[in-house]
Each structure stands twice: as structure tokens, then as C-alpha cells.
Design a protein around this ligand. Structure first.
Ligand code: MG
Ligand code: MG
Length: 274
């Protein structure tokens, strides 16, 4: 069941989405070598609670397992759902931070891959292509098109670089629940899947691996890693499908971009098209 949101509901989701963007910017202030992801987690939780909201992931249950923290923090070969720990960040790492909030009963969800210190050109390109895939996917979120149009746009762009698109995890609808219908895969065929309608609110979130698309889950039941140990990137926006116009991007990276000098997707990369 896909729940189409009223203007009033979209207004609520806009507020939740804005808080997620501001929370990620608070995290951005602290991302540097030597900082631990547990410290980043505390920054985020404190910020969310001070804004009369609650972390959406903390206590989230899947198959009897409860996620213990506010942020999912995923370093290098971790694709998503990494658990914050006491290991200091090292320069040269990618760090994907996924954040969810619930404000007045409505969820917000967004993810951003940071560079810890300077990263290799190879990693910067992975970030750029993943971000571009997100932008291309969002452009397809137009009433009358289909979920498969989003999926195809994301997949085609990433695979042109020889990257692996993760199949095991997908984007999703969002509203009064964190994960609603429809699913939004990052792979698929044009003109297939559910038709997009005004009032649909979805999270588009390419998870893109430098090498193989294959992943596995650690013994902790959460941490998803690339099968070949190569790096992965993840950007996520919440988007509302609008009547007779372009999609509205509810979340924003603007606050993050105010904090960090150059986001990794804007670093110059001269690697050639795969
Ligand atoms: Mg997320
Ligand atoms: Mg999501």
C-alpha cells in the first residue's frame, strides 16, 4: 500500500527532512582523523533531542535485532548499517553517515558519504558518481513515470564506470513510518514498476561499490560489507513527487556544504570513464 501524502503531511515531512540535514551538518563539523564514530553518534543524538525529535534508527528492530545507535556509520568497505564504535577515524577513509529522525510523528532519512581528511582520487570519483546517480534518479521522480525509471537512471550511470550497484538493499517510501511502500531499487528497467503519483514521498539512496556488487553481513547482524573489501559510497535524499512539475527534494546537503569546504563529490577527479 502506497500512502499518498496531503500537503499538510508533506509540510511535516519537510520539517523532519530539514532536521536530518541540520543534524548531518553537525556531524560534518566533527568528521576528521582521530574522532570516533561513537563521538559522532553522541553529537547527532544530542542535536536531534534538543530539537524535540527522536533518533529513528535507535531501537529500530529488524528480525528481532535492535539497532543500538542514532547513526549508521559505514567506513570504506562497509556499505551501510555500520554500528558506531571507539575506533578513531583515519585519514583517507570514506565515511558514510546515515541519519534518521522522527519529529511530530513524521520520519526524516538522509545519508552522506564524507571524506576523512584527503582521500584518493579513486574514492573521490566513487563519491562523485554515486552523487550524480542520486541526482539523475531524482530527476526521474516525476508523476506518470515509474519506479523503474529511477532505478534504471541510477544503475546505468554507475555501471558505466564499472561500479557495482548493491541489490540487497533498496530505497523506500517514507512518512509516518521509516520504511513504507514502494521499494525503490537502484537497479531496474525503464518503464517498469509502480507508477509515480503526486504525493508519493520516497527515499532515493544509491549504494555503490567500487568493485563487486556482492555484499555480506557481519556477525553483528547489521554491518553490511562489500564482498571484495573495496570501498562503497551512499547518498540519500527524501523526495516528494509533485503534480505537474519537478520533484521536490525534501532533504538537503546545503547545511553540510556550509560546513565542509569541498564535498567529496566536488573534488576534481580525472579518472576516465570505465
Ligand atoms: Mg537512510
Ligand atoms: Mg533510507
Amino acid at each position: 500500500m502506497v500512502h499518498l501524502k496531503s500537503e499538510r503531511e508533506i509540510e511535516r515531512l519537510r520539517a523532519s527532512a530539514d532536521l536530518v540535514g541540520r543534524t548531518l551538518a553537525e556531524v560534518a563539523r566533527h568528521v576528521r582523523p582521530g574522532v570516533t564514530t561513537r563521538e559522532l553518534d553522541a553529537v547527532a543524538e544530542d542535536y536531534i533531542r534538543r530539537h524535540n525529535a527522536a533518533p529513528a534508527f535507535k531501537g529500530y528492530e529488524v528480525g528481532g535485532r535492535v539497532f543500538p545507535n542514532t547513526l549508521c556509520v559505514s567506513k570504506d568497505d562497509v556499505v551501510v548499517h555500520g554500528i558506531p564504535d571507539d575506533v578513531p577515524l583515519e585519514a583517507g577513509a570514506l565515511l558514510s553517515v546515515d541519519c534518521g529522525v522522527v519529529l511530530d510523528g513524521y520520519y526524516g532519512d538522509s545519508a552522506f558519504t564524507f571524506a576523512v581528511g584527503a582521500v584518493s582520487e579513486e574514492k573521490a570519483q566513487l563519491c562523485r558518481v554515486t552523487y550524480e546517480a542520486l541526482v539523475l534518479g531524482i530527476a526521474e521522480a516525476v508523476a506518470g513515470r515509474r519506479i523503474g525509471d529511477i532505478s534504471y537512471a541510477v544503475q546505468a550511470h554507475c555501471e558505466a564506470y564499472g561500479y557495482g550497484i548493491v541489490r540487497d538493499l533498496v530505497g523506500h517510501g517514507i512518512g509516518r513510518r521509516l520504511h513504507e511502500d514502494p521499494q525503490v531499487p537502484n537497479f531496474g528497467r525503464r518503464g517498469t514498476g509502480r507508477k509515480l503519483k503526486p504525493g508519493m514521498t520516497i527515499c532515493i539512496e544509491p549504494m555503490v561499490n567500487m568493485g563487486t556488487a556482492e555484499v555480506y553481513t557481519d556477525a553483528d547482524g547489521w554491518t553490511v560489507r562489500t564482498a571484495d573489501g573495496r570501498a562503497s559510497a551512499h547518498y540519500e535524499h527524501m523526495v516528494a513527487v509533485r503534480r505537474g512539475g519537478p520533484p521536490e527534494i525534501l532533504t538537503t546537503f546545503d547545511y553540510i556544504e556550509d560546513v565542509i569546504e569541498t564535498p567529496p563529490y566536488k573534488l576534481n577527479t580525472e579518472l576516465t570513464h570505465g
